[in-house]
Design a protein around this ligand. Sequence first.
Ligand SMILES: N[C@@H](CCC(=O)N[C@@H](CS)C(=O)NCC(=O)O)C(=O)O
Length: 229
Amino acid sequence: MTTPTLHYHPLSSYCQKVLIALDVLGIGFDRQLLNLGDPAERAAYLALWPTGKMPLLVDQGRPVPETSIIIEYLQRHHAAPGRTLIPPDPDAAIDVRLWDRLFDLYVMTPMQALTADLLRPEADRDALNVDQARQQLSTAYAFIDRHLDGRTWVSGNAFSMADCAAAPSLFYAVTYVPLLPEQVHLAAYVERLMAHPSVALVIDQARPWFKFYPGRAGLSRRFFDPAAA
Ligand SMILES: N[C@@H](CCC(=O)N[C@@H](CS)C(=O)NCC(=O)O)C(=O)O
C-alpha cells in the first residue's frame, strides 16, 4: 500500500479535521506543509488543486480534495483494521454525514467568516457580515446543545467523522462567540472532544502557530500553555 501525502497547515481548522481522522484511523502519511502566502507555492498548489483550499490529499498521484471526501476515501482505502469513522450501517452513516455537514456549514463557515474579517484592513471590515456570522454561531450552538442532551458523541455511540468536524470548528468558534452558561451539554461535549487523544495531539501540534491565529485573544490560556490548565 502507498503512503498518501497531506498538503496542509497545522493551524487550519479543516486541516485539523483530516489530521484527527488520520490519527483515529491509524494511517501513516507524508506531510507537505503549505505556505499559501508564498506566491510561487500558491501557484504550484493552484496547479494541483484549483480552488486553492486546503487540505488536499494526494494518493498515488491522485488529488483527493474536500475534507469529508478525504475522510471517506481514507476510510475506504487506508484505515487500519477495526478503525472506523463512518459506521457500516447505511442509516447510521447518513446521520454521521448529516452532522459532519451541519458542523462544516453552520459552525466552520461562520467561524471562518469571523477570522477572515479580522484578517482584513480595518477599513474593509464588514460589521453586518460579522453580526450575521455571530448570530449563525449562536443559532448553531442552541440546536447542537439540545441534540447533545444524553449523548457522548454527536452521532451514534462512537467517535465519528462528525466529531472530527466538530472539534476544530468548535475550538475556534468559541474564541469568537463563547458558549452560554446554560449550554451545558455542548460545553461538556467540547471538553470531551479536547480530551480525545487524537484531538489533543492535533491541538498540541498546532500550538506553536497559535500566536498567528487572528482570534487568539479569545483562546483559553490552557491552549497556549498546557501547564496553565
Ligand atoms: N470545503 C472545504 C473547505 C476548506 C477550507 O475552507 N480551507 C481553508 C483553511 S481552514 C482554506 O483553504 N483557506 C485558504 C483560502 O481560502 O485561500 C473542505 O472541506 O475541504
